[in-house]
Design a protein around this ligand. Sequence first.
Ligand SMILES: [Zn+2]
Length: 148
Amino acid sequence: MDAKFSANAKDLLGKRGLKEADVADVIKTAETSHRKITDGKVSIAKKRIGEVTIYAVYDSHGNVESAYSHRMVLGEPVKTTDEPEVTKWECVHCKEKAIAGTVNMTYMGITRSGPAVVCQKCGDSWVEEYLATKTIAAAEGLFEKKKA
Ligand SMILES: [Zn+2]
């Protein structure tokens, strides 16, 4: 599947400092490995490229709806409850519903736990756009200030 970018998507990528080729790579890799989550309409895939994890949100035709990134490295899921909330997302690889979970996130040598969509079967996790662009971006900024 080839990634397709609308004018809006290109604009968003530009604002977020993301490259079309990288986002296309994220999608290509996910479509080959089936490592992605889907709600039946859109898929979210991610790939670590250099110092960032890049996410692509795209439909079944490869139309990119959004893309975003974070610098933190996602680690192991952290179990916080015996009755986790199930999300609308399904892990395509495992064919399992993903939960609203917690994972360890490491950045600049510091590990903190944060919210992510987690597949309990394979342990993979995905950070949703609103968290990556707001909460996590703010946390990364604080970490960078402390180290500066
Ligand atoms: Zn899975």
